[in-house]
Design a protein around this ligand. Structure first.
Ligand SMILES: NC(=O)c1ccc[n+]([C@@H]2O[C@H](COP(=O)([O-])OP(=O)(O)OC[C@H]3O[C@@H](n4cnc5c(N)ncnc54)[C@H](O)[C@@H]3O)[C@@H](O)[C@H]2O)c1
Length: 314
């Protein structure tokens, strides 16, 4: 029998790429989204597949979720979130509602329907401005620097507690920023849109020296499926997902402007961070997942180029 899985945030950037892959692997997929940031068009191919069933619902509606989850589902892939880090300090209730309350609702609906596996998208932002670089999963991270990171850490705590109390196996993935087809938010689309409006000048948030690691969405989805298909006796399983490379914002800009054949004048807003919560150096230690036989197939440069190809063709 085909495994039945449910993907929250199925119309989002990463969620829709995951749905494509799950359908390819012959899972039966229920997808939930309310198109808050996701796009119907990302599901165009999935709508044609008889193994996909879409449910338009707001995950804040707990009673509806409890009914929807009553379908003998094997795994919940909880990808819905407020994935926007930058504006968290302007709209802090978004992180509370769309990350913490929504995750609590998902866990309650799982408990009531006796669903025993959850995959959760966390973030490298939970490490804040750690001094331990590359940062391993067991690094200490005493200070949170973004509402987003703080809310994801709260979600991780809730998931761990539900896992222990109700024997729910959980897989928590802390990602670096993800790139590739259907990319909708982050520095590349930001620079791309600014350069479309003005080819001669480019405003850069911060001093351009921030160092970041990125992962291609195909590698991200691949890593998740690799981990959940490995036998583990642990109830809570936490993995970093990233590459072993990093790149400065200035180097990213060089790749983007060369691709677009532009030479804009760069104007820096200054400071080591571009905005509140922008981590100046993020590089995750990925030894733990590499031991399972996974490694990224895209370099950061190739991930940036793949994103630019998508943005120019869409
Ligand atoms: N993109 C990245 O670089 C990145 C990095 C680290 C972690 N993550 C995490 O990965 C997951 C997916 O991120 P993404 O980049 O695809 O974001 P996204 O915004 O493209 O996708 C999120 C999806 O969730 C849906 N959604 C949000 N609130 C909802 C609600 N209340 N009810 C129903 N649907 C709702 C949105 O409509 C959207 O389709 C998120 O949990 C995000 O925090 C993303």
């Amino acid at each position: 029998m085909k495994k039945k899985v449910l993907v929250t945030g199925c119309a989002g950037f990463i969620g829709s790429n995951l749905v494509d892959r799950l359908l390819k692997e012959k899972y039966f997929v229920y997808g939930i989204d309310n198109f808050r940031t996701g796009k119907r068009s990302f599901l165009n191919d999935s709508f044609k597949n008889k193994n996909f069933l879409f449910i338009k619902e707001n995950l804040l509606n707990k009673n509806k979720l409890i009914k929807i989850f009553n379908k003998n589902i094997d795994i919940i892939f909880h990808f819905a979130a407020n994935a926007d880090v930058r504006y968290g300090y302007l709209r802090p209730l978004n992180d509370l509602n769309y990350n913490i309350i929504v995750t609590s609702n998902v866990l309650e609906a799982m408990r009531i329907n006796k669903i025993k596996k959850i995959v959760f998208c966390s973030t490298g932002s939970v490490y804040g401005e750690t001094n331990e670089i590359p940062t391993p999963e067991n690094a200490s991270f005493p200070i949170q620097t973004s509402m987003y990171g703080a809310s994801k850490l709260s979600c991780e705590g809730l998931i761990q507690a539900y896992s222990e109390a109700y024997n729910i196996k959980s897989y928590i993935f802390r990602f670096v920023s993800i790139l590739g087809p259907r990319y909708t938010h982050g520095h590349i689309v930001d620079f791309y849109n600014k350069l479309k409006k003005n080819k001669k000048r480019l405003k850069v948030l911060g001093n351009g020296l921030q160092k970041k690691s990125y992962l291609h969405v195909y590698d991200c989805v691949d890593a998740i499926l690799k981990v959940i298909n490995c036998k583990t006796t642990k109830i809570v399983n936490t993995f970093n997902l990233g590459t072993e490379e990093f790149i400065s914002v200035n180097q990213s800009i060089k790749i983007i402007t060369k691709y677009l054949k532009l030479q804009p004048k760069l104007e820096y807003t200054g400071g080591k961070s571009g905005w509140i919560g922008d981590v100046p150096f993020i590089l995750l230690d990925i030894k733990k997942i590499k031991k399972l036989g996974w490694k990224p197939s895209f370099s950061i440069k190739d991930s940036i180029l793949s994103t630019l190809n998508y943005l120019t063709k869409k």
